[in-house]
Ligand binder design. Structure first.
Ligand SMILES: *[C@@H]1O[C@H](CO)[C@@H](O)[C@H](O)[C@H]1NC(C)=O
Ligand SMILES: *[C@@H]1O[C@H](CO)[C@@H](O)[C@H](O)[C@H]1NC(C)=O
Ligand SMILES: *[C@@H]1O[C@H](CO)[C@@H](O)[C@H](O)[C@H]1NC(C)=O
Ligand SMILES: *[C@@H]1O[C@H](CO)[C@@H](O)[C@H](O)[C@H]1NC(C)=O
Length: 557
């Protein structure tokens, strides 16, 4: 009734301005950004509105029911229609917001399968007027990133419960993401069991030996492994050179490409991206025979990366057979995103998880200082690792023993509370921790990473050159490859894919499949960070994978 009333109110007061209320506000632009000037009134803004979703509490319950091995519904992933029924905004919500936009001459289009996101383009002058905003040009001196943003905006009081957020407003583009660097070529390793060189130089043979990854071909065509990137190109010739050098038994492997938002994947070798090549070489190169799709978002959203990642999830949600595993080597500091926008993106992962997709992200490369080394006084959790509906992958290095990589980001979210599946594990860690780092992290936040895998000096081929890259960017695709290989055997046996992994991984049976990492730490913010220890820790999570153990436990579910 409330919303219908709001609708007629807006319609009858077409000439009067509705009462506006501040919807989101920040005190100042993020550190590093300076105010340049008022935005040109004619500059066009690609705006999005997130509408209040129908029943995300219900969807979370459904996600946990199909993902928790102890539940009778385990593995019974939801259909596209079932997920959309939880997400689709109430008709009166959609009508009220569309009426407000139409009053102002705006024709919005729906950009998500459940209709919870609307998009439209309007000039700055109109956006300032419509949302009582002050769109301003901000510049990030260090990187040259510039962005049109406002420090606050308002929405009509009648719509405050219908609109979750308007973007781009108070969330600034992230000037620093995960950027693995490419170092000088290094010698390759031989074929023995865990060659000694694996202590310092990682190749597919090292990972196969260390984690028991099989080389037998997967057989299931529906078992897609998705690899998502923003504006980076993955090169097939570099992949082939990589496979000939390191996977001669699988040298003809290729990948499919799925492009969004004006994306492309040109094959000029000098244009290949480090991240794109790394991700493709350590998925195609490890998940033998698993159909792998390179998903790339183009330049239509130069204005930050979050829109691109949202578009990827919405595109996959619109598919009848979305990937069974999705890996993304990306993370940014949680404090660079509004709480509302972070929640919306996290909700999108919840939806895909309920469909049966395992979503993995790199945890970040700045230790407790966030996605990259940063000056800080309190620890900086990364996004989306703080989201409880995805699996965050930290990094390790060395063999005998495998220990934490010092850059492996980990910590506790300031946005998302501890999910029930990890409550016992996190609590046990805090008991061991005592008063160390007290006051530097949020004691009620979701802990991350969930798991870890090798992440130092992975040999890749980039523009014909072989060299090493390091970062949790290495760890996520390789962990994803193992999950995909397990899914292949599960599907072949007529069983469901693993889907959202965490409730299983934190269960006794799941934890027993992982190798606990108990050495190393992740310094940052003038501290030693956290120390890897027995059980879960915010450096290496529950530990590193083992294919045979994971497969046996998964088959027993
Ligand atoms: C709004 O835009 C859509 C697609 O861009 C178009 O099909 C529709 O006719 C438009 N509606 C109005 C009222 O202009
Ligand atoms: C592995 O490398 C570390 C650090 O470089 C070194 O301390 C350790 O002895 C090496 N272990 C082996 C088995 O070579
Ligand atoms: C790759 O394809 C070529 C040509 O079809 C074939 O001769 C070769 O055996 C294949 N190699 C592998 C490893 O499958
Ligand atoms: C700590 O995390 C909780 C979520 O568990 C959040 O609601 C709260 O705002 C966070 N505190 C700070 C100071 O960020």
């Amino acid at each position: 009734m409330f919303s219908l009333l709001a609708l007629s109110l807006v319609a009858s007061l077409a000439v009067a301005k509705p009462t506006m209320v501040v919807h989101e506000r920040i005190q100042a632009a993020p550190i590093g950004f300076t105010t340049m000037r008022s935005a040109d009134p004619s500059t066009m803004l690609n705006m999005r509105i997130a509408l209040k979703q129908n029943d995300m509490v219900g969807l979370e319950d459904a996600l946990m029911a199909v993902s928790d091995p102890a539940s009778a519904l385990y593995g019974q992933h939801l259909t596209k229609e079932q997920v959309e029924a939880f997400v689709r905004p109430k008709p009166e919500t959609v009508a009220a917001v569309n009426a407000f936009l139409a009053e102002n001459g705006i024709n919005a289009t729906s950009i998500s399968p459940a209709g919870d996101w609307l998009a439209f383009s309007i000039p700055v002058s109109k956006a300032n007027d419509l949302f009582e905003a002050d769109f301003t040009v901000f510049s990030h001196a260090e990187t040259g990133t510039s962005a049109v943003r406002t420090l606050a905006y308002s929405v009509p009081a009648e719509l405050r419960n219908a609109i979750d957020l308007v973007h781009p407003t108070i969330t600034f583009p992230n000037p620093i993401g995960l950027k693995p660097s490419f170092s000088a070529p290094l010698p390759t390793v031989g074929k023995r069991q865990i060659p000694a060189s694996c202590n310092t130089t990682i190749t597919p043979a090292c990972l196969q030996a260390l984690y028991g990854i099989p080389t037998t071909r997967a057989t299931q065509s529906t078992n897609i492994l998705g690899v998502s990137v923003i504006e980076q190109f993955a090169n097939q010739a570099d992949l082939t050179q990589f496979l000939r050098a390191f996977r001669a038994d699988n040298a003809n492997a290729t990948f499919a490409t799925q492009l969004l938002d004006g994306g492309s994947n040109p094959q000029t070798r000098s244009q290949a991206g480090i991240e794109a090549n790394l991700d493709i070489q350590y998925t195609v190169g490890l998940a033998t025979g698993v159909p792998t799709t390179f998903i790339s978002v183009g330049e239509n959203f130069k204005d930050g990366n979050l829109e691109g990642f949202l578009d990827i999830i919405n595109a996959l949600l619109a598919e009848n057979n979305p990937p069974k595993v999705l890996t993304t080597s990306y993370g940014q500091n949680e404090n660079t995103i509004s709480r509302q926008l972070a929640t919306q993106l996290c909700n999108a992962y919840m939806q895909l998880g309920a469909r049966g997709t395992s979503i993995l992200f790199a945890s970040g490369d700045g230790g407790v200082a966030g996605s990259q080394t940063t000056r800080c006084t309190t620890f900086l959790p990364t996004f989306p690792s703080g989201c409880p509906f995805m699996t965050s992958v930290g990094a390790t290095q060395g063999v005998n023993p495998e220990r934490a990589a010092s850059f492996s980001s980990g910590g506790f979210s300031n946005f998302f509370a501890i999910p029930s599946y990890q409550a016992a594990a996190v609590s046990a860690f805090k008991t061991r921790l005592g008063s160390t780092n007290a006051g530097k992290f949020n004691t009620t936040g979701r802990g991350f990473p969930d798991v870890a895998a090798q992440g130092v000096n992975f040999q890749i081929v980039l523009d014909t050159q072989t060299g090493g890259v390091s970062g949790t960017s290495c760890s996520s695709p390789m962990f994803a490859s193992i999950v995909s290989l397990v899914n292949d055997r599960l599907i072949a046996a007529g069983k469901p894919s693993l889907g959202f992994l965490n409730p299983f991984l934190y269960s006794a049976a799941g934890t027993a499949t992982l190798t606990d990492v108990t050495a190393g730490n992740n310094p940052g913010c003038n501290t030693n960070g956290f120390t890897a220890t027995t059980g879960w820790d915010p450096v290496t999570g529950l530990g590193t994978p083992n294919f045979a153990r994971l497969l046996a436990a998964a088959m027993a579910l």
